[in-house]
Design a protein around this ligand. Structure first.
Ligand code: PGA
Length: 238
């Protein structure tokens, strides 16, 4: 995994937006796999400010809470639409949704089939979970874990609760699998803030293993880690 060290969240947002714009320039109908969470929001806002042709761009959702409809403030689909799709004019027909309802196996299979029919993921935009997860690939996750429904770990429940105050966080979620993420032609892992320094150091130093799902990205041929000074801690000064 290549490291691009940046100074602060604003620079991180610009660098990530550069990588997205480059992917869209190379392929106007690129398929993005798009995380929600705080980390990519600066990148999405930066993309919205830029002028580039997003008229054919497609977006696939990374993960979703089971049983949470779009009308619910906690819906990750709703968050992705508001922060990324609507500002770029990407309508529902160009969004690949990971549905929160219905039989989980069928919903995940249908999502995988739709991504495959779209030609696979060109660029995955990912954040790093406090427990090393990618999407909701919670530890332990094998390298070839499929798109599936999972039980969230305590670490994820706790960090997710910060977003929605008193509203209870669903305990189950559906996530694009490691197989789908690893199959992306390019992966961007965005990491920002001192609260991520410890988990980022562990991921950077780890051999790929199931207890730190992000460590599987060391095996990816084109994974770029963009991390800011606070997240890099001591390494930023080397
Ligand atoms: P964050 O979430 O971007 O809000 O830090 C990342 C994650 O939990 O995957």
């Amino acid at each position: 995994m290549e490291l691009h060290a940046v100074g602060d969240p604003a620079e991180l947002a610009r660098s990530a937006a550069d990588a997205v714009a480059e992917a869209v320039q190379a392929r106007p109908d690129a398929v993005l796999l798009a995380a929600t969470g705080n980390t990519p929001m600066g990148c999405y806002a930066e993309l919205a400010r830029r002028r580039f042709d997003s008229s054919r761009l497609r977006v696939a959702q990374l993960d979703e809470y089971t049983g949470v409809p779009e009308s619910d403030a906690r819906s990750l689909y709703g968050w992705m639409r508001r922060s990324l799709c609507e500002p770029l004019g990407i309508g529902e027909e160009r969004i690949i949704r990971l549905r929160p309802d219905g039989d989980p196996v069928l919903a995940c299979r249908s999502y995988d089939a739709t991504v495959a029919a779209a030609g696979g993921i060109d660029l995955a935009i990912l954040g790093l979970g406090p427990n090393g997860h990618l999407g909701f690939n919670e530890p332990p996750t094998d390298a070839h874990a499929p798109t599936r429904e999972v039980a969230l770990t305590e670490a994820s429940l706790e960090s997710n609760s910060h977003y929605w105050g008193d509203a209870p966080i669903p305990e189950r979620a559906r996530t694009a699998g490691m197989t789908l993420i690893s199959g992306a032609r390019r992966v961007l892992l965005l990491v920002s803030g001192a609260h991520k320094a410890d988990i980022l150091r562990r991921v950077m130093d780890a051999q790929p293993n199931r207890w730190l799902p992000a460590s599987w990205l060391h095996l990816h041929p084109d994974a770029l880690l963009i991390a800011d000074r606070a997240a890099l801690g001591d390494r930023a000064r080397r």
